[in-house]
Write a protein that binds this ligand. Structure first.
Ligand SMILES: [Zn+2]
Length: 96
């Protein structure tokens, strides 16, 4: 489920290279700042550093995992990346 609030977020979903991770982090931070998304606990694999404290340009944890919820329809989005292997990451709508 998406709504008019988070549809633009969904449209940007993508698998990205590590080089684009900074852009993905910036997008998430801006969406939270604008009240489109809110932070939700990322579960046992979640990153230690709060997104609000994370510098988009790094340094990053080896594994990044952040979850966000649309403030209107509660759809959850997941930002995950494996920076250690340089295999890039994913910005995706969480099935549910
Ligand atoms: Zn929504």
């Amino acid at each position: 489920m998406t709504c008019s609030n988070c549809a633009p977020i969904e449209e940007t979903r993508t698998i990205f290279s590590t080089g684009r991770l900074a852009a993905a982090i910036t997008m998430a931070k801006e969406a939270i700042r604008d009240g489109i998304l809110q932070d939700v606990p990322g579960g046992p694999m979640s990153s230690v550093i709060p997104l609000s404290d994370l510098n988009p340009d790094g340094p990053w944890d080896d594994l990044l995992r952040y979850r966000f919820r649309c403030t209107t329809c509660a759809q959850v989005f997941l930002l995950s990346a494996e920076t250690y292997h340089g295999s890039g990451g994913e910005w995706a709508k969480e099935p549910g």
